[in-house]
Ligand binder design. Sequence first.
Ligand code: ATP
Length: 356
Amino acid sequence: MSGIDLTAVTKVYPGGVKALDDLNLSIADGEFFALLGPSGCGKTTLLRTIAGLEDATKGTLSIGERDVTRKPPGSREVAMVFQDYALFPHMSVADNIAYPLKIKGRPKAERYAKVDEVSGQLGLAKLLDRKPGALSGGQQQRVALARAVACHPQVFLFDEPLSNLDARLRLEARTFLKKLQRELGVTTVFVTHDQAEALALADRIAVMDAGQIRQLGTPREVFSRPADTFVANFIGSTPMNLLPGTVTDGELVIGDDRLALPEPVAPQVGEGDKVVVGVRPEYLELTVGEGPGLTGEVSILENLGTSTLVTVACGELNVGATVPEEDEPTPGQRVHLKPVPGRLLVYRDGDGTLIN
Ligand code: ATP
């Protein structure tokens, strides 16, 4: 068992920056868990605290039900892969992979048997004699992974391990990483600021902001029902439309248009309440001509490959809707946009939390 439990963990750096703020989190044994959030939200601090590279100022941390709050990194059985891979430039690939086992005092024969095993798994068998400087970014990344795998850790900690790779290699490495994690079944915590990466890889995601967790859920939950407007803004390759509205006569008035109030929301709002209406561009059906829903004029078309993101000027508001390539309208055309049933979200105007 190698789940991770954090209870009321706070980290204050010397100088007073509170990087983690009373954080509670349970990561299950074998789970692939992503920490996602903007720069400075505390992702790396959380990872380093799990690794033991930072001490929690307050709170407790356990790995596999063992309290490791005050235990040194070496006794935690975690392996961390850094953004820059942290390979030793003067050592061969084989020696880099074997290094942590050497530190643990494993005999040479065992070390190199392990190197052979993991280099086979990670497609590095032909590169064992090279130095890191003679490898591509993708190969270096695999060496760093191999070094982590060779230690048989209870937990993998990844700090943006794909961020130095170009877009294509990054996609390949992502699939590879997911497959490897599934095969090994090792509890994995993965830091990224790339929401698409988190959605693609993780069993669950924690979206962080200012040292706290804004939302914890499966990729589907976080994508379909962001808990607040911060998360809604952060998740999705095309941003969610967040439109100011008012509850009037049991409907949502947005600019000059009206939309039906989702049924579960109706009892929780009153006449005249200000709200923020959230709907993803993928969940707005665009039809040319006048009709029900949000109405406006096509202003910008952006090619997304197989689909097009259409920006529609609805009075003062710009609303995005994605349409299949073949249904692309032309700029200047009048159109109306109808939300897909069940896909309209309503947030409170003040704190931006979702009204369920
Ligand atoms: P990024 O995505 O940019 O790496 P992050 O979400 O990983 O950001 P952290 O690196 O955990 O964020 O930093 C959280 C906060 O703590 C930031 O305000 C940062 O400036 C501060 N911080 C990080 N390391 C230290 C340190 N050693 N001393 C003082 N403050 C620090």
